[in-house]
Design a protein around this ligand. Sequence first.
Ligand code: SF4
Ligand code: SF4
Length: 72
Amino acid sequence: MVLCIQLLVWILINIEENKCDFCGCCVGVCPVDCIELKEADISIDQDICIDCKLCVYVCPIEVLEYVESETV
Ligand code: SF4
Ligand code: SF4
């Protein structure tokens, strides 16, 4: 009998939109251009994001959060 366990890790970059000041720093460092900033609206295309966390590191007011969850 073979027991196979598959571990899936889901990673998301969360934005606390009500705290964002729309400075654009995160947009400038994203290597795959998946952060869209339009006046007072910001969003991340999670399908394109490569989870490099550069946006999290550069946000001056720590609005972005790296979230990791596991399912078995
Ligand atoms: S984690 Fe990297 S790829 Fe994803 S939105 Fe941030 S800078 Fe872009
Ligand atoms: S770097 Fe932070 S404050 Fe600036 S636009 Fe991005 S999420 Fe908003």
